[in-house]
Design a protein around this ligand. Structure first.
Ligand code: SDX
Length: 392
């Protein structure tokens, strides 16, 4: 029936792209940002340094980092009228939907950042969104708890400020906790970029129409929300909770995951690229054990997660399909230990991925890539004539 359209090999920007930002080797489990291994960066750098590296291509000198931090702090206010938009949402609205909307709404209050061509204009738009995004993310959490909204504390570092905006409570002392800040910093670094995943490809293709950085990021947030992508970290904890409520019967859930008549999937397992271990999952698993130990938290879902992973990694179904724990499998256990509500887990993923999205958008725009236009293999009807209504 349908004719097959051959794809003109010369067709530009059909969805795949050249990029010099992040390197993945799915077979060997290698992940590098601008040539630096994720293991070294997670151990030795902080999130703002990694954001600078991804966006500008080099690790910053001390003065470059101080200027970057200053420029971001300068932009940490958000127009008061943005609160009216937030007020329009019910408290039950999912934070990812609210965050995507607020990110888009920022355009109206920062018209100069819509679509920019020069590197200087890009820099201004980039520091604006790096500054305002954590404020909006914290607002999505405070909105659900009917807490007052503020703009953070510029005397703090980037991650400390984010944590305080999320957790400070009126008339209650706020206790800084370096263990918590370090764990959060490491998680944000591990999520910072991952080459052409679903949400990053979305940012690049929306950006290729010159819709602007904020509109492209808003689209990326929506893509990340899906449970097959960033939404998996929330789905993992919900799955582990269900297994716990079901008496911790991991064998039953392994069997469900293997049963083709059952739509259930082992959330946090499998990956489009990693057909071996996900290097991030290895680091996060170790960090989860350290954080829970340091904070003196006994979380039964960590034991269930480890039990599930052990069984799955020995089971022929998973081994044959090369299904290993991915970045989302253990991250939620740390977020939980840090007191972050489950519905905020994917917002934490977005906060980490923000510099990667920005870097990929900037690279695409500076390379003057044409508008994205994925091609198709046509499998529909061949040419046919119209049939009058009375003859159908
Ligand atoms: C992220 O791309 C990125 O880089 C993403 C990310 C990033 O940093 O941006 O790494 C972040 O999104 C990680 C993935 C988070 N998602 C989940 O954990 C959801 C659960 N995983 C899956 O739905 C799945 O593994 C995907 C979506 C992650 C990958 O899907 P693929 O590679 O397209 O695999 P597939 O759907 O083609 O499945 C291949 C086989 C199938 O079985 P058969 O038809 O061969 O018999 O493996 C099975 C699938 O049914 N399978 C699973 C499974 N994942 C795949 N079976 C049970 N549980 C699973 N999780």
């Amino acid at each position: 029936t349908g004719g097959i359209t051959t794809i003109d090999p010369g067709y530009k920007n059909t969805g795949s792209c050249e990029s010099g930002i992040t390197f993945l080797d799915g077979e060997k489990g290698i992940l590098r940002y601008r040539g630096y291994s994720i293991e070294e960066l997670a151990e030795k750098a902080d999130f703002l340094e990694v954001a600078y590296l991804l966006i500008f291509g080099e690790l910053p000198t001390k003065s470059e980092l101080e200027k970057f931090d200053r420029d971001i702090k300068e932009e940490s206010h958000v127009d008061e009228d943005m609160k009216k938009i937030l007020d329009g949402f019910p408290k039950s609205a999912h934070p990812m939907g609210v965050l995507s909307s607020l990110t888009n709404a920022l355009i109206a209050f920062n018209p100069g950042s819509v679509d920019v061509d020069s590197e200087e204009e890009m820099y201004n738009a980039i520091v604006k969104i790096l500054a305002k995004f954590p404020v909006l993310a914290a607002w999505t959490m405070r909105k659900r708890k009917s807490l007052p909204l503020d703009y953070g504390d510029n005397s703090l570092g980037y991650v400390e400020n984010l944590h305080k905006m999320m957790f400070a409570r009126p008339n209650k002392s706020y206790e800084p906790n370096k263990l918590v800040y370090d764990a959060l910093d490491k998680l944000l670094i591990l999520h910072a970029d991952h080459e052409q995943n679903c949400s990053t490809s979305t940012v690049r293709i929306v950006g290729s129409s010159h819709a602007g950085l904020f509109a492209s990021l808003s689209a990326g947030i929506s893509a990340l929300w899906g449970p097959l992508h960033g939404g998996a970290n929330q789905a993992v904890i919900e799955m582990l909770e269900a297994i716990k409520a079901d008496g911790g019967d991991t064998a039953k859930y392994i069997a469900k995951a293997k049963d083709k008549s059952d739509p259930f999937r082992l959330m946090g397992f499998g990956h489009r690229v990693y057909k071996n271990f996900d290097p991030r999952a290895k680091i996060i698993k170790k960090s989860a054990e350290e954080v829970l130990g340091d904070l003196g938290i006994e979380d039964p879902v960590l034991d269930i997660a480890k039990g599930l992973a052990k069984v799955a990694l020995e089971d022929e179904y998973f081994v044959q399909r090369k299904l290993y724990p991915n970045v989302d499998f253990y991250s939620g256990i740390i977020y939980r230990a840090l007191g972050i509500p489950t519905e905020m887990f994917t917002v934490m993923f977005a906060l980490g991925r923000l510099p990667g999205w920005i870097a990929q958008w900037k690279e695409m725009r500076l390379r003057k890539e044409p508008i994205g236009r994925p091609r198709q293999i046509y499998i529909g009807e061949n040419s046919r004539s119209f049939v009058e209504l009375e003859n159908r």
